[in-house]
Design a binder for this molecule. Structure first.
Ligand code: 5AD
Ligand code: SF4
Length: 475
């Protein structure tokens, strides 16, 4: 593969101003056309990075005069911000677009738009144009900041608009943002990916790796801390390669240390780290910085060196174990989570056994498990499976069983301890309880006043459940 050496390219100020002018044009057009502000039904699929994009879409739409609704039936604009990582996510969107045909027939002035990773794939955009001709607006990942202009074209001309340029990607600073939550915020620090893991569509739909300027990130985090945010999640496909594309190169451990110096009572988390770039310097920065949560998400994907090589991951099982051993030595209280793919095309039973043995050895506190999903255009998509679909399913259940077994008593050591918890909301399962998280990312349930949502509290852990700790609020 050729050397990928790009620098961060920023959307010029002139273009950002042009889009701001379009926001105003859309606002005036809507005000003339409708008595009440029209409503947008915006739904984002996929990762936290996409959620962060969704917050920018929401910010731009709010400035253009849109209100928001969960109900499609009352929306004047339906916009799906899509994900392409696995086929299942795409199928859901296809299903939803199919359902919109009826609404569009009843209300021809309804605007239907699709954007995000799924749309950045040429074949998908073509399929949508052909099979769902009532979709008005399709735009790719590199066009997010141009939503005002594209929407203006749809609204003023009542014509279909398609904008999916091939691009290495740029960075658009200072877009309006409407955050989903008033105490925990995602802050993108870099975009794109250069790793080309052989199963992954992301490098094709998100463009080349590019980092935001450090001063822009520090300013955003300071503003969030000043407005009372208690959790900052630093986001990127591979945060560990932060800084390489800047004119003044820097690195992620340095960024963490500088963020840690920002005044305020907040926790810092980050995702996702690539094990091949997870250095001792990163672990040292985590250990040294009081605001950085001692919880590491380090996707391993497989425990077999052969599969890791076929996946183009750039590390071995031993490399992985080495860095987590160092991390646990530096931070004994640290929790570790991971992603695992089952059924990669070249995975034999012996390779899968290596994954099971890694799971036993690594002591993951949490693992997100995925069935391999073939993504057209990636290298692995061309390889035949060396196992049957039944074997793939069987491996998946065996992995889940092992994780369940290992996880069974993971919270028992917390019983009797009092932990600082950020209260996130009402508990999904038991409405009377509140639910929050410790710095180590352990879910804690306890009885309390919903007014506490968004604040830090102290909770004494009384019991360990299999998925969470149960406790009592300490005054
Ligand atoms: N099939 C299954 N899982 C995938 N992931 C990425 N691409 C695929 C794919 N083609 C998983 C990886 C990654 C997580 C975000 O999604 O485990 O870490
Ligand atoms: Fe995909 Fe690998 Fe990049 Fe993660 S690091 S987004 S798995 S290519």
């Amino acid at each position: 593969m050729t050397e990928l050496a790009f620098s961060s390219v920023f959307v010029p100020d002139g273009e950002l101003k042009r889009q701001a002018a379009y926001r105003e044009r859309v606002r005036l057009l809507l005000a003339k056309r409708y008595l009440e502000p029209p409503l947008c039904h915006l739904h984002t699929f996929g990762c936290q990075g996409n959620v962060n994009d969704g917050e920018k879409l929401r910010g731009m739409l709010a400035e253009m005069g849109y209100g928001f609704t969960d109900r499609k039936e009352e929306a004047g604009l339906i916009l799906y911000n899509t994900c392409a990582v696995r086929e299942h996510a795409e199928d859901r969107v296809f299903g939803l677009i199919g359902e919109l045909k009826r609404l569009k027939r009843a209300r021809p002035d309804l605007v239907i738009g699709l954007c995000g990773c799924m749309i950045q794939q040429k074949a998908v955009a073509e399929k949508i144009q052909k099979s769902y001709p009532y979709v008005d607006l399709l735009f790719g990942t590199h066009e997010l900041h141009r939503l005002p202009e594209l929407l203006y074209e749809v609204l003023s001309g009542q014509k279909k608009v398609l904008s999916i340029p091939d691009s290495d990607g740029m960075i658009a600073e200072n877009l309006p943002v409407r955050r989903e939550n008033s105490f925990a915020a995602g802050v993108s620090i870099m975009y794109g990916c250069n790793n080309f893991c052989s199963y992954c569509i992301v490098p094709y739909v998100r463009g080349r790796e590019r980092s935001r300027r450090k001063e822009d990130i520090l300013r955003e985090v300071s503003e969030l801390a000043d407005t009372g945010y208690h959790e900052i999640m630093l986001l990127g496909q591979n945060v560990n390669s932060y800084g390489k594309t800047l004119s003044e190169p820097t690195d992620f451990p340095t960024l963490l240390r500088e963020i840690n110096e920002i005044p305020g009572d907040f926790w810092v988390r980050f995702m996702t780290s690539h094990p091949k770039d997870a250095t001792e310097a990163l672990i040292d920065a985590m250990a040294d910085c009081g605001k950085v949560c001692k919880s590491l998400h380090l996707p391993v994907q497989s425990g077999s060196d052969k599969v890791l090589r076929d996946m183009n991951r750039g590390y071995t099982k031993e490399d992985y174990l080495k860095i987590i051993r160092y991390a646990k030595k530096r931070m004994p209280e640290m929790t570790l989570s991971t992603d695992i793919i089952v059924g990669f095309p070249t995975e034999t039973e012996a390779d899968f056994a290596d994954t099971l043995s890694l799971v036993r050895e690594a002591g993951f506190d949490n693992a997100y498990t995925f069935l391999y999903s073939r993504r057209a255009g990636t290298r692995a998509a061309e390889w035949e499976d060396v196992f049957s679909p039944e074997e793939k399913q069987d491996r998946f259940s065996r992995l889940l069983n092992l994780l369940r077994e290992i996880g069974e008593n993971r919270y028992t050591p917390l019983v009797g301890q009092t932990k600082r918890v950020l209260v996130e909301g009402k508990d999904n399962r038991k409405d009377k309880l509140l639910s929050g998280r410790t710095a180590e990312n352990v879910i804690v349930e306890f009885a309390g006043d919903p007014a506490l949502i968004g604040s830090f509290v102290q909770v004494r852990v009384d019991a360990a459940l299999s998925w969470a700790a149960r406790g009592t609020l300490v005054e």
